[in-house]
Design a protein around this ligand. Structure first.
Ligand code: SF4
Ligand code: SF4
Length: 258
């Protein structure tokens, strides 16, 4: 390597080091820090953020808005929504017994929200969903309703937003849910992992139904009485069989057989 090449190489190296240091010095001295010290600090997520699909409640009545129509479950491309329902014998309406979403496989595609014709689902912005055991990522009906309270409104629900518009319910600050309605959602998310075999506490009407089902399952069915037509020939067959046996022994005796 000639002297000229050595000087040129040294110049380029020194220049690149000076450029890097200049950028570092400028960022350090003249720009505000953008680091967020999580979990003490939490950054605001953009309004289009998709955290978890949650269920909304009509705050005027306190009733959940889901009608168990199954449209969301059919729209889900990875089949992670489980819905069980029964029909109320008096009102003839569907009553939701179970609504669960397996968040370990949900891909946050928003299809379920778009498919819902009753504006019951919304993609929440909650992102602190980590659990040690993936089984605990199954969010049950009560969980989804509780998380959805802060996206619920006491006002008359308006028409669904057009595709090109940002849906208004994404901005939780615009809903009328109060702090009491929200019920310590952050504390709820920070709870310890649920035990295996966890089952959410059933609402009173479901508890009554469950008790009835268990009672029906424990009552053993009585053995069915034999039809008279079957019983009679059997009773008649016995006396008929005895003479036949006697006749058989008589025949054998006559033939000199034992
Ligand atoms: S966001 Fe997508 S993957 Fe997740 S439950 Fe809804 S439809 Fe299924
Ligand atoms: S589409 Fe909406 S109303 Fe129908 S079952 Fe799903 S969440 Fe409930």
């Amino acid at each position: 390597m000639g002297v000229t090449n050595f000087v040129g190489e040294a110049w380029r190296t020194g220049k690149s080091i000076a450029t890097g240091l200049k950028i570092t010095f400028r960022e350090m001295m003249f720009r505000p820090a953008i680091t967020v010290f999580y979990p003490d600090q939490r950054d605001e997520v953009p309004p289009w953020f998709r955290g978890i699909p949650v269920l909304k409640t009509d705050l005027r009545t306190g009733e959940y808005k889901c009608t168990s129509c199954m449209q969301c479950a059919q729209a889900c491309p990875v089949n992670v929504i489980t819905i069980e329902w029964h029909q109320d014998p008096e009102t003839r309406k569907k009553v939701c017994d179970r609504f669960a979403i397996d968040m370990s496989r949900c891909m946050l595609c928003n299809f379920c929200v778009e498919a819902c014709p009753f504006d019951s689902l919304v993609m929440g912005y909650d992102y602190e969903l980590c659990k040690v055991d993936p089984e605990n990522l199954v969010f049950e009906f009560e969980d989804l309703l509780r998380l959805g309270l802060k996206y619920s409104s006491a006002e008359e629900p308006g028409p669904k937003a057009k595709r090109s518009e940002t849906p208004p319910w994404v901005f939780h600050g615009l809903t009328n849910a109060t702090e009491d309605d929200i019920q310590d959602v952050r504390g709820y998310l920070g709870r310890p992992p649920l035990p295996k075999g966890y089952e959410p506490e059933l609402k009173p009407q479901f508890q009554q139904k469950q008790a009835e089902d268990e009672t029906a399952a424990t009552v053993e069915p009585e053995p069915a009485a034999k039809p008279a037509a079957e019983a009679k020939p059997e009773a008649e067959a016995k006396p008929a069989a005895a003479p036949a046996a006697q006749a058989g022994s008589t025949d054998r005796e006559e033939a000199g057989q034992p």
